[in-house]
Structures are given as C-alpha cells and as structure tokens.
Write a protein that binds this ligand. Sequence first.
Ligand SMILES: Nc1ncnc2c1ncn2[C@@H]1O[C@H](COP(=O)(O)OP(=O)(O)OP(=O)(O)O)[C@@H](O)[C@H]1O
Ligand SMILES: [Mg+2]
Length: 484
Amino acid sequence: MTQPLSLGRLFPGAFATDASQVVSGVAFDSRKVQPGQVFVALAGAKADGARFIADAVAKGAVAVVSGQARPADLDGSVAFAQVGDPRLALSLAAAVVHPRQPGTIVAVTGTSGKSSVADFTRQIFQALGHEAASLGTIGVVTSKGADYGSLTTPDPLSLHASLDRLAGDGVTHLAMEASSHGLDQRRLDGVRLKAGAFLNLGRDHLDYHLTVADYLAAKMRLWALLPKGAPVVINRDEPYAEEAAQAATAAGHPLIGIGRKGETIRLIESVREGFSQRLTLAVEGRELVVSLPLVGDFMAGNALVAAALAMATGDEPVAALRAISGLTGVVGRLERVGEARGGLVVVDYAHKPDALSAVLSTLRGYAKGRLICVFGCGGDRDTGKRPLMGAIAAQKADIAIVTDDNPRSEDPAAIRAQVMAASPKLREIGDRAEAIRAAVRMLGTGDVLVVAGKGHETGQIIGDRTYPFSDQDVVRTAIAEIAG
Ligand SMILES: Nc1ncnc2c1ncn2[C@@H]1O[C@H](COP(=O)(O)OP(=O)(O)OP(=O)(O)O)[C@@H](O)[C@H]1O
Ligand SMILES: [Mg+2]
C-alpha cells in the first residue's frame, strides 16, 4: 500500500518518458492542487479544464494529464500526457491512490428507486451477517450510522477515498447507487463490482441527456463495468426491462429476473395488510411467503431487487428473501410522519413524473377519504417535467397544491405557473410551509396527505442559498397546531 505513486502506476502507458516520476497525489480541481501533485484537466460542462492548467502549475502541479495537446507555453519541467478520455484516466488513478475497496460491491441503476434499493440491499446484507454499507443520495450509511451530504455518485477521488475508508473499517459488502450522470462521466470505472441491477427508466435528467436513447445508453454502461459473468438483476415488470436485459446478455452477463414476470424470483401475489404487504413468491421451485413492512408495488419490486442482489453475490436465496420481512423504510421514501383528525400524512421524495405517479397510485389504495398532494418542481432542472407533474397530480389526487421546491436561480412564481398550466384543478400556495399547513388543516377521517419532493432533504434552495427546511418538521408542527 505504501508503494510510491509513480506516473506510470497512476496512468499506465500515458507518460512516455516520465513514468517513473513520483507524485504526491492527484487533483482535478485546479483550486485544490497541492505541490507535487499531478493535475488531470477535465473538459467540464461549464469550463474547459485545459484553461486551468496554468493555475494548477502555479499551485505546484508537477505533471498534467489532458485530453488535448501539450500547451505551447507549459514549463518544460512539467511532465505531460495526452489521453483519449481524461475522466476515465482520473477514475482509474483514483482507484490506485485509494486502493482498498470492500470485496463485494453491487451497483444499482434506474430512474427511481436507486437509493431505496441500495439501502434495502445494505439491510439484507447486514441481516445475513455481513459488515455492510450503502452509498448514494442519502450519503454513506453503515451499521454505525449515516454520514449525510454526498452526491448520488460522488467525484472519483471522494468516492475512492470513501471506499478505502469503508474497507479499512471492515466493511465487506457495499451497495451503491449508479446514476446515469455518474456512469456517463466514467465516475464508476475504477470500482470493482460483483453484480448490477436495472430498475426502470422514466423521464429524468433529460436536460442533461437530451434523449431517452442517450439516457438508456448511459445506464447500460453499467454492464460494461461489470466483469464478464457477473450477474445482472432486472425488474421484469418495468418499462425498458427487455432492452436492459438484452444489453446485459450481449455484454456476457447472466440474468436474474424478478417481479410478476420474473424468471428467477417470481412474485405470485401481493396482499395488502395495513401498512404492510404479504408477498407470495416462487424461487428455485418452491413457494415462499414473506411479509414486507412497507407499502406499494414499487417498494415490493425494490425489495425483491435487493434480495436478488444478495443472491447474485453468493447469499442463499431463501435467506435473502426472508430478510425482506425485517426491512425498515428509507427516510423520506413513503415515510409515515403522523396522523391528524383520522387522516394520515406521508412524506415522499417523488420529484419526477413517474415517481409522483407511482406514489399517488400507491397511496390511493390507502385513502378511504380524499388523497391530498402538496408538490413542486425544482428550478434550473428539466422544465419539461413541470406540466407532466402538474397533470399527474391533478389527475391522481383529489386535491393538489402546487408549491415551491428548490427554485434555485429561477423565479418561483414562473415555475409554479408552468406547473399550474397543466390543469385548472390545481391550487397554488407558493410558501412551502404555508402549503403544508393548509393541507394538514384540510385532513379528515380516512384522508391521506402526501408531501412530495423533498424526502430526506433538510433545506430549501432559493437563489444560491440553502435555507433550513424539513417537510417532516413542518408536518409535525402543523399537526401539533391543529391538535392544540
Ligand atoms: N421502483 C420505483 N418505481 C417508481 N417510483 C419509485 C420506485 N422506487 C421509489 N420510487 C419513488 O421515487 C422516489 C425516489 O426514490 P429513491 O430515492 O429510492 O430513488 P433514486 O433513484 O435514488 O432517486 P435519485 O435519482 O433522486 O437519487 C421515492 O420517494 C418514490 O416516490
Ligand atoms: Mg438516489
């Protein structure tokens, strides 16, 4: 582990003459360069990294990796390598800088449910006696507690630093979220994966990926990252399952299909039991009944994918499936926050059309009275989803209130107007706390209120500032107000 970091070890074959030169580390942000490091210039979405080469050298970089030719004015003492894909080179180098990784790592991709599945997989691994962790939107979670605040797929250096630390802490099993963004940007290329899963594909991040075909292609990159023969889990009941399965087969991976149409773990029947469900499953020629303490068809699918990932990495199938009965919900995912006047309040992270639709359909089954929904759309993100979410809420909820959800640099009223345009049935209360309070005051016996969009988040982003905000806290306060 204490082998010196030579340019040849970090970037095999890239440096023709300076391969034996030892550096102190790797940086890709010119502002964070430390003396003696190698600087990797990435062509970013906003600024071309090559322009930061001079800055990096001024801060002490002794070598540079770039996608372009050596700048004419670069000091002759600075080693330089031109590579075809600087992001890929960075990811592989990060895995050399931080060499330790948990021995069993699985990755899950899809539009919705990645965090839930990563978390469920961690819980199942743990129940089966493994030292386990999960990594994604809700941070790094281990059996010792959560550490909030990371991106869905962090930059390669932070990611590999986390993997190294987890392995050092004795974690042997890790389930991680693989966002299409992260896959596309080669951020997972240095991770030694054992199995992967595909959940679903819906309208998401289309501002970044532009077309569904592009987006699907980015998610399918996961199959290329898996070693040949590594199993791929597919939820057979979801759109694009067939495309994902074909791509995985073409890449040499055996399939584990789950769901009502699943060939490996087949869901024969699900029966609602209060806020739980009883699943009858067929696996390896036998029938098995497990109870899942969570609601929603999609949560059943997520749980089966998680059990299948444990199976894919060597755990006994029936034991993995039985562990489903011990699952706890993930914060802000169909989370029951409280009750008022006989009505139930749920907080959910749905901030995409397909997620909102799935959540409202699920909760409809629990609403003996009215289904009330408070939701919004974020600023500086795919604007096309605004009228779609407006239409879904208007159609699927009895009362739908449009409010603000991280307007960022946009005018909140303009965002709301784009949502409101979908249906005259939508109501509008811009202030999120006020909207939640108003909805809680409407509750009556048998009603269900879902506050959608923030889930686990603890802030409202207005302009470039984040103001403390928790849907759960506001709901609890509002319930206390009408009770008191
Ligand atoms: N399998 C699923 N199908 C459809 N909707 C789902 C599914 N699983 C979860 N959801 C909905 O999507 C929301 C987000 O779930 P989750 O955080 O697990 O997804 P994610 O893929 O990690 O999202 P992100 O890309 O934002 O990290 C949930 O709150 C729920 O509303
Ligand atoms: Mg997530």
